[in-house]
Design a binder for this molecule. Structure first.
Ligand code: DC
Length: 222
């Protein structure tokens, strides 16, 4: 049986940084499920689909063949055969993914792919519904969170370090809007699984969080 770690939590909690570090240290594959939803959103943007038209999204989503492969240990997302990794992490795609990912038809194929992958590989998978829906039998489930102020400030620091000008208030409003959509959607909303360990990173450094999660992984593996 494969060893699976599920990490869920709201946007900006640091899931991917922690998951990537833990995967490396523990020799697990890192599965970034958000990237798969982002690839679907990219497809809709490229096709010029009106994101308010969920009927159109449902109709179109069957034309998007999304797969993932591992190349030199890095997850590469393919959209109809094209490596779309370079286009996934923009604000525009993130915003669009927040609108398209609640649609059940969009989620079905992604969840099937994620389950298959975890059945065959030892992995750490991050997302919103991993512990509750995708991998309910995961050996370790973590709910990683932090206050929206803290998450907004981290994102602000990240963007300003890259030389981008942005407003802390706008970032915070955006994060809270995404939280609302993730928590209140009908299908697989963001919530802590009953058997998940809550890690609130508001007052923790990145290294402290990684060490805490590594400790939990080692305990779960024993
Ligand atoms: O974690 P992220 O920002 O890359 O996620 C992109 C979008 O996909 C975000 O709006 C939440 C959604 N998502 C989801 O609904 N379920 C997941 N398992 C992962 C992400």
């Amino acid at each position: 049986m494969s060893f699976n770690v599920a990490i869920d939590g709201p946007a900006g909690a640091g899931k991917s940084t922690v998951a990537r570090a833990v995967a490396k240290e523990m020799g697990l594959i890192y599965v970034d499920t958000g990237a798969m939803y982002r690839a679907m959103a990219l497809f809709m943007l490229r096709e010029g689909v009106d994101l308010k038209d969920s009927g159109k999204i449902v109709e179109k989503c069957v034309q998007a063949d999304i797969t993932i492969r591992y190349e030199d240990g890095i997850q590469v997302v393919y959209l109809n055969g094209e490596n779309v990794n370079p286009y996934l992490r923009t604000e525009e795609v993130g915003e669009a993914a927040s609108v398209t990912s609640p649609i059940p038809r969009v989620r079905e194929n992604m969840v099937r792919l994620q389950k298959e992958l975890a059945a065959h590989s030892d992995c750490v998978m991050d997302g919103r519904d991993i512990g509750t829906c995708v991998l309910p039998g995961a050996q370790l489930k973590i709910y990683l969170t932090a206050g929206s102020d803290v998450r907004a400030k981290r994102r602000y620091d990240e963007l300003t370090a890259k030389g981008e000008s942005c407003s802390l208030a706008d970032i915070k409003a955006d994060i809270e809007e995404r939280d609302y959509r993730d928590i209140h959607r009908e299908m697989s909303p963001l919530r802590q699984a009953e058997d998940a360990v809550l890690v609130d990173t508001s007052d923790m450094t990145q290294d402290e969080v990684i060490n805490e999660v590594l400790k939990l992984c080692r305990q779960a593996k024993e």
